[in-house]
Structures are given as structure tokens and as C-alpha cells.
Design a protein around this ligand. Structure first.
Ligand code: PHE
Length: 461
């Protein structure tokens, strides 16, 4: 892997992977999914999924990448032979699809940053209505999404250490600081405790098959799992790095940002008398209202910094999403990196246009003639979620039946002297060989037959 590049330091990999994990998934998607799926019940299932399913899958992915030292396709093919390469392709396609709609939402956040700081967004009196018209104001949205894609491409075309690593080192700490500041603020508002109750006190009646499915998908999405992102990043990891420890730090960093986002959003929701289950517009509506209450000057400063940090968090994720197909074309086809990156970015931007136009501008895209599907963006997002959990399931089957557990464990013991003989080893071995493939497999089949074959056992009622 001599001229493929690698992370220049141990912390470089952890920051890059945590940067990939922390993104719109934590700050935008987690709160609204928790809001529509019972609050605390969702949070608990989410945490269980992280611990029992996602953490082992993450370790599996990084170890495949480091062992093979290639992109998602190349790594599966190198270890498992011909057919397994297609599992890598499946992940690469999922990454392309995710980036296509993710970039649109990132454009919304970028637009909010611009409108708060340079426009008069905070002077409005109905932020729900504002959001609805903003995402359909196609001129600015087009430009902001395009701008976002260009920033992503510029960083990825710089390669591993220079671009990806450097970008992450600056962005993560700022995000924590502003989140904690906003939590403190939201807890001082009247009726904040009702939000805490909703978010932290579980009611069993709120937990159902939908909660389970959305929490699992969200956990996979948030940790960037199931599509070869961590195989690709893992391929740039050096042999002295402790994979298990790195995975624990990455999972913890990501989960804490999601948790803190909920802790910031729900007290605000309840003290503003708003509805927690309002879907994708939740944070755009709630936070702008809170920033308005802070007064024109403070609101601009805090609101502007907040949306700027969301953009940074999103950027470190779009970087990782673009890196997956880019590494594939650079490694397998030997195309020059810059050409690959710009070509892919253009293609993915165009693929995202139907999502961009699906928020009301084009009626057919806004209400797809498919059961239970609100709009094209949600349709692609759901499809990607299913690709992630099924991809994770197949990865476990690959490790278990093809690469074999003891080979994976051997890889994990490199850079981790105490691993052999540890409880952690038994835990990872057990979860990857039994718990993950079985549970992820059953859920994937249930969801696919429910959503696309109309069996309606999960979402029917
Ligand atoms: N984990 C990112 C987020 O939470 C999204 C992502 C998914 C990035 C899959 C890479 C791969 O925003």
C-alpha cells in the first residue's frame, strides 16, 4: 500500500473516522427520529443496538480494511475471492446514494447558516412555514448544495493525510463546545423538564417494531457502518494501531454527540410548546425559534456558529462518503485521484437532484406512488438504511464463513497485546458469528418484504 497514503498518526485515523460518524445523522436525524418514535424508548433501543450490533460490526470493518489494505471492493476480493467483491460494490453504491441526498440536506444547513448570518431569517414568525418555502426555493438550495459538493471534492482530492485528516482536527472540539452551551441554555427555559421526561424516562408502550427498526438503522447510519466506509478508512490504518480501542473511542464520540443533540433539542421543543414528532424539519424549526428568543445580536452569533458547526460536521461525513467510491476507482482502475473525485462529485450531485426537487416542487417526487413513502428523498434514505443493515449482516457472514473468526482475531491482536484471551475477544467473536448476522438478517428480510413486497408486518398499522 506504499503510494495509497495512510493516516499520519493514530489520532488522525480516530478523528477522521469520528468525523465521518458525527454528522447530520447525529444532529439532524437522531433528534427527529427520537421525536417521532417515542423519545426515551428510542434512545434505549438505540444504545442497545450500538453496543450489541454496531460496535462489533465496526471492529469487523476496520479489521478487513487494515488486513487487505484496499478499497471496499478490493478488500473483500483480496480476502474472500471473486464473488465477495460484489459485497464491496453494494456498499459503494449505498455510499453514492447516501451522499446524493445527504448533500441536499447539507445544502439546507449551509443555507440556514448564510440566511441567519447575512440575511434576516431570525425575523420570521413562523419557522415551520419558512422551512417549507426555503427548501423549495430552488435557486439558493441548488447553489448551496453545489457549493457543499465542491468543498467536499476539494478536500477529498487532496488525499488522505493532507485533506481528510487536517479538516477533522479543527472541527470536532468546536462542535462539543457549542452543543454543551446550548444544552445549558435550553435547560434554563420554562417547562424544559417535560422535554427531559420525554427524552430520558422510557415508557414501554412507546416501544414497537418501528422503534426497533428506526433505532437500528439510525445506529448504523450514524456510525457510518455497513457500506465499506470503515473498510476504506481501515485500509489507511497502520499495524501499530489498536483497532478495538479505536472503535470504542469512535463509537463513544459519535454516541455522545447524538445523545447531547437530543438533550439540547427536547427541552427546547417542550418549552416552546412544539411537537416532537414533526419529522425532518424539527431542528430547523426549533433551533431557529430558540435563536430568535436570544435576541437579534446573540441569536445571530449563536445561531450562525451552530449552523456553521453542523456544516463542518456534515462536511467530514460527506468527505468519507465520497472517499469510498473514489478509493475504489483509484485502487482498482488506477485513474488519477483528482479526475475521479471531480467526476464522481458531478455524477452524485446530479443523482441528488430528484431529492432536491422532492420537497414540493415536483408533485410526483413529493408523493411517490409507493406504499408508505412520503417523498423521493425519504425513499432513497430508507433504501440506503436497508442497504446498510443488510450490508452489515453480509459482512458478518463474510467474516464468519469466509475469512474465519480466528483470522479476524489474529488481525485484532496486532497492536493490542492483551486481546488474545480477553473477555472482549469472546464478546466480539460471539456477536459477529451469531448475534449480528442473525438479528440483522431477520430484520433485513422483514423490512424488505414489508416495504417492497407489501407484507406489512412491521409498518402495516
Ligand atoms: N455517519 C454520518 C452521519 O451521521 C453519515 C454517514 C453514513 C457517513 C454512512 C458515512 C457513511 O451523519
Amino acid at each position: 500500500m506504499s503510494n495509497r497514503g495512510s493516516f499520519s498518526s493514530k489520532i488522525g485515523f480516530i478523528l477522521a473516522a469520528a468525523g465521518s460518524a458525527v454528522g447530520l445523522g447525529n444532529i439532524w436525524r437522531f433528534p427527529y427520529l427520537a421525536g417521532t418514535n417515542g423519545g426515551a424508548g428510542f434512545l434505549i433501543i438505540y444504545l442497545i443496538c450500538i453496543f450489541t450490533l454496531c460496535f462489533p460490526v465496526m471492529i469487523g470493518e476496520i479489521s478487513i480494511g487494515r488486513k487487505a489494505g484496499s478499497d471496499a471492493y478490493g478488500s473483500y476480493k483480496k480476502i474472500g475471492g471473486g464473488v465477495w467483491g460484489y459485497l464491496g460494490i453494494y456498499g459503494i453504491l449505498a455510499g453514492i446514494l447516501i451522499l446524493s441526498y445527504y448533500n441536499v440536506v447539507a445544502g439546507w444547513a449551509f443555507g440556514y447558516f448564510i440566511e441567519i448570518v447575512f440575511g434576516n431569517l431570525l425575523d420570521h414568525n413562523d419557522f415551520g412555514a419558512f422551512f417549507g418555502s426555503y427548501v423549495n426555493d430552488i435557486g439558493p438550495i441548488f447553489l448551496f448544495s453545489l457549493g457543499f459538493m465542491v468543498m467536499t471534492a476539494v478536500i477529498v482530492s487532496q488525499g488522505i493525510a493532507k485533506g481528510i485528516e487536517a479538516a477533522n482536527k479543527i472541527m470536532m472540539p468546536g462542535l462539543y463546545i457549542i452543543l454543551i452551551g446550548l444544552i445549558v441554555y435550553s435547560l434554563t427555559l420554562p417547562n424544559a423538564m417535560a422535554g427531559i421526561d420525554f427524552y430520558l424516562v422510557p415508557k414501554l408502550s412507546d416501544i414497537n417494531s418501528k422503534t426497533l427498526f428506526y433505532a437500528l438503522c439510525q445506529a448504523f447510519f450514524s456510525l457510518s457502518l455497513g457500506m465499506g466506509c470503515l473498510i476504506t478508512y481501515g485500509s489507511y490504518v497502520t499495524k501499530d494501531q489498536n483497532i478495538v480501542k479505536s472503535a470504542a473511542i469512535i463509537s463513544l464520540a459519535d454516541t455522545s454527540v447524538a445523545f447531547l443533540s437530543g438533550l439540547m433539542v427536547f427541552p427546547l421543543v417542550f418549552s416552546l410548546g412544539a411537537e416532537p414528532g414533526q419529522g425532518p424539519k424539527l431542528i430547523f424549526v426549533i433551533l431557529t425559534q430558540a435563536f430568535q428568543y436570544m435576541g437579534p445580536v446573540v441569536g445571530k452569533i449563536v445561531g450562525g456558529s451552530f449552523f456553521l458547526l453542523i456544516c463542518f460536521a456534515a462536511l467530514t461525513s460527506t468527505i468519507s462518503l465520497l472517499e469510498v467510491p473514489a478509493a475504489f476507482l483509484v485502487d482498482q482502475r488506477k485513474f488519477p485521484r483528482k479526475a475521479v473525485v471531480w467526476g464522481l462529485s458531478g455524477l452524485i450531485f446530479v443523482l441528488g437532484l430528484p431529492s432536491m426537487y422532492s420537497q414540493g416542487l415536483v408533485p410526483l417526487l413529493n408523493k411517490l406512488p409507493i406504499h408508505n413513502t412520503p417523498d423521493f428523498l425519504s425513499f432513497v434514505a430508507d433504501l440506503c438504511d436497508i442497504m446498510l443493515i443488510s450490508g452489515g449482516c453480509l459482512m458478518c457472514i463474510f467474516i464468519r464463513n469466509n475469512w474465519k473468526m480466528n483470522n479476524m482475531n489474529e488481525e485484532l491482536a496486532i497492536g493490542n497485546a492483551g486481546y488474545t484471551g480477553s473477555i472482549l475477544k469472546s464478546y466480539i467473536t460471539f456477536t459477529i458469528s451469531w448475534v449480528c448476522p442473525i438479528l440483522l438478517g431477520i430484520l433485513s428480510i422483514l423490512v424488505i418484504t414489508d416495504k417492497y413486497f407489501g407484507l406489512e408486518w412491521l409498518f402495516g398499522r
